[in-house]
Design a protein around this ligand. Structure first.
Ligand SMILES: [Zn+2]
Length: 481
């Protein structure tokens, strides 16, 4: 493919080879593949990294889930690369931008904030996409060689942040509030004239803390800061007004310096983006990149995940009655139907255990919708002694993502409780915990299904679950019961 200037951007032969694989992966809405291919040939290289498929879809009028699927398939065939970026909630920096899920660590250290925080898949991991270097080489493929402006304003910070209270996105704010942007050579020193505008702070990377307090002055102050292993020191307090700032780097490595002024303690709101949590519960992710799992021995936390457990009553007796082969065929058919329902409702099957299924969802409302649909599918239409009666349970809460035999699995007390809550359900019954019921009972999208299941006014019930010290409050949903 050539541009008007005659410069090849995308490798046309490679694109011609990969494009049919993307087009043939599944059915796509008209114009969607074309839009991606056109975007990959765009002029602005900064628009070919940190691609947020949700923002991308919304800007072009495409459907979100399908666009996420497109980006995943484009990654699978080699047009894009995926990055599980770890974002610091204190400063908005992308502290680590590993490629795969398998490179995530349990916690991370932010240089600018000088502290460690846990890597949570729902709150600190944002997944983005970058054009594959095999398709088109761009300067952002080598971050170390980027200019300072490219590095700090197009690569280093999340693009998905707006600053609470001042109605500004983070990156334009950083550009406006820049005080120092420079390389400081090993053993070097540089001087800057600053005018501290008002009460606030000068902060940045490497960690710096100049608090600005008190009555403004016109007197020029001298301030020297030394770069240690991780920060400029000392921390200091000055009144608003002119400052002659000397930055020194006594270390033997040159360092990028970006200091900016902020009048407020920044709290962030996040624009819609693809969290690691959402992606893990995306069935297309499993299909396209399912071999990418967390490293064995590593557990990555999720603050709030929803789990659905199902079991089938009657299968042991049925094995006796109709024999293994016929019973296996019947149970397999049930699994297939349930798995389709789970996927359709936005979840993924984590694993099957005997006659049981464990599934994971982003939201309680989706897990509950799937459970009600499973009950509805299995509702007795006529007397049938080979009928399998589902027993279901849904619970939500914090858990960790682990690697179990090279598959994504979940671990923790939330998982144990979800399994036990399923165990407390009777035949053709769904048990949900208080934490689930609180969110789903008023959800307009579930109202019809709950009404149909005669479940609009349920009474709470305290049950003692094996292995759980405190009694747990559950709600029993029993359509037709
Ligand atoms: Zn930070």
């Amino acid at each position: 493919m050539s541009t008007s200037s005659g410069v090849d951007r995308v490798d046309g032969d490679r694109l011609a080879q990969l494009r049919p694989q993307l087009e043939g992966a599944r059915a796509w809405s008209a114009g969607l593949v074309d839009a991606l291919v056109d975007a990959l040939d765009g002029e602005d290289e900064a628009q070919l990294i940190l691609l947020n498929p949700i923002a991308w879809a919304s800007a072009r009028g495409f459907e979100t889930d399908e666009t996420i699927a497109l980006f995943l398939h484009a990654t699978r065939v080699g047009l894009l690369q995926i990055h599980w970026n770890v974002r610091c909630g204190g400063c908005g920096e992308l502290v680590a931008t590993p490629g795969g899920l398998n490179q995530l660590e349990h916690d991370f250290y932010c240089d600018s904030c000088a502290r460690s925080r846990p890597t949570t898949l729902d709150e600190s991991v944002e997944v983005s996409f970058t054009i594959s270097p095999a398709l088109r080489s761009i300067r952002f493929h080598e971050p170390e060689s980027l200019s300072l402006a490219d590095y700090f304003f197009d690569f280093r910070f999340s693009r998905n942040i707006s600053i609470r209270g001042i109605d500004r996105d983070l990156i334009p704010f950083l550009r406006e509030q820049k005080e120092v942007l420079t390389w400081l050579e090993a053993g070097g020193e540089q001087r800057f004239e600053l005018d501290l505008p008002e009460i606030g702070w000068v902060v940045g990377n490497p960690r710096t803390m100049i608090a600005i307090e008190g009555e403004a002055t016109t007197q020029v102050r001298e301030l020297s800061l030394d770069y240690g292993a991780r920060a400029f020191l000392p921390r200091t307090t000055l009144a608003p007004g002119p400052v002659r700032l000397t930055l020194r780097n006594p270390t033997d490595a040159r360092v990028r310096v970006f200091l900016y002024f902020t009048p407020i303690v920044t709290f962030f709101d996040y624009l819609p983006h693809l969290s690691g949590h959402r992606l893990l519960n995306d069935s297309e992710f499993r299909r396209c990149l399912g071999t990418d799992v967390v490293r064995p021995g590593t557990g990555i936390p999720i603050k709030d995940n929803t789990l659905l457990f199902t079991d089938l009553r009657g299968s042991t007796e049925m094995y006796e009655r109709i024999g293994d082969s016929a019973a296996f065929a019947l149970v397999s058919q049930h699994f297939e139907t349930m798995a389709q329902t789970i996927t359709r409702c936005g979840g993924v099957v984590v694993k099957t255990m005997g006659d049981a299924i464990m599934a994971s969802f982003n939201r309680p409302v989706d897990a509950t919708r799937a459970a009600l649909a499973i009950l509805d599918d299995h509702a007795p239409k006529q007397p049938d002694e080979d009928r399998l009666e589902p027993k279901l349970g849904v619970h939500r809460g914090a858990c960790i993502v682990v690697n179990q035999n090279d598959m994504v699995d979940y671990f923790g007390q939330t998982v144990n409780i979800a399994a036990r809550v399923q165990g407390a359900a009777g035949s053709d019954e769904l048990c949900v915990t208080e934490a689930v019921w609180r969110e789903v009972r008023e959800d307009p999208s579930l109202r019809k299904a709950l009404e149909h299941a005669d479940a609009l006014a349920l009474e709470p019930e305290r049950v003692q679950l094996k292995g759980v010290r405190e009694a747990v409050t559950v709600y029993r949903i029993r359509p037709g019961g």
